[in-house]
Design a binder for this molecule. Structure first.
Ligand code: NAD
Length: 249
């Protein structure tokens, strides 16, 4: 039996990078998928590759930065598959500015997409998970939520918020066999970091104990582990840190 055989999973930000890699890993593990993203074209491509792996896939085009969009993936999963077992809150954005230059709009956008969406989607999924006494919520944070980052006060605040939310919700629901955990990657080669200069990336890679950025295939298996049994059963409110040694919390 595959690790996630017939589990019903929602993955946000599934059209690219880490979310797409989790979608492929979940498809290989036998899960039924609702893939959410605001980029319809790239989402269709990822969905097609998942279908090629033999699983059912629903595409959900939505902006998780607005309340209805953050709820849409869970709703689509319940409509199509009759419930939800796994929610991966992965969608995220990256902008940069020093705190003195950060506009209120940049701050609000970041908090809506990278933090509030995690709350809204989780709240939408919880009644189903609590009712069936089984659920897994996996929130993608960042190592910058632990160590901070210059020019990134809004991003680091949102990602630290994700870790606090994860721990608190885990305390509320773990007795109902709903396990909530986070993944806090270090620098990973994805389109999210495309905008950062080559020089900065080379200097950053040198600073890492492992000497290199991570690859999405090195992050996705963690999302499989956290959702699978028995391997994921004892993780409660934890933050797993695939970060090339950047922080050792
Ligand atoms: P990515 O840009 O490759 O993928 C992010 C996906 O999220 C994209 O497909 C994008 O369209 C989608 N998305 C963004 N805003 C959205 C919105 N409002 N509604 C719906 N979809 C939206 O980035 P990635 O590197 O794969 O990032 C995935 C997660 O990992 C993010 O939460 C990010 O903060 C986190 N992360 C990434 C790194 C890294 O170095 N790449 C490090 C730490 C944490």
């Amino acid at each position: 039996m595959k690790a996630l055989h017939d589990r019903r999973a929602v993955i946000t930000g599934a059209a690219s990078g880490i979310g797409a890699a989790i979608a492929y890993a979940y498809a290989d593990a036998g899960a039924m998928l609702v893939l959410c993203d605001r980029n319809a074209e790239r989402l269709a491509n990822v969905a097609a590759h998942c279908r090629d792996r033999g699983v059912l896939v629903i595409e959900c085009i939505a902006d998780v930065g607005v309340r209805e969009g953050a709820q849409a993936g869970v709703d689509a999963c319940v409509d199509a598959f009759g419930g939800i077992d796994i929610l991966v809150n992965n969608a995220g954005m990256l902008t940069q500015a020093s705190c003195v230059d950060l506009t209120q709009e940049m701050w609000d956008d970041m908090l809506r997409v990278d933090l509030t969406s995690v709350f809204v989607a989780s709240q939408r999924a919880l009644p189903h998970m609590l009712q069936q006494q089984w659920g897994r919520i996996i929130n993608v944070s960042s190592q910058l939520g632990i160590k901070g980052g210059a020019q990134l006060t809004h991003y680091a605040a949102a990602k630290a918020g994700v870790i606090g939310f994860t721990k608190s919700l885990a305390l509320e629901v773990s007795k109902h066999n709903v396990l909530v955990n986070a993944i806090a990657p270090g620098p990973i080669e994805t389109p999210l970091v495309d905008g950062i200069s080559h020089e900065w990336k080379a200097a950053k890679a040198k600073e890492l104990p492992l000497g290199r950025f991570g690859r999405v295939e090195e992050v996705a298996p963690i999302a499989v582990l956290l959702a699978s049994e028995p391997g994921g059963n004892l993780f409660v409110g934890q933050t797993l840190n695939p970060n090339s040694g950047d922080v050792m919390p």
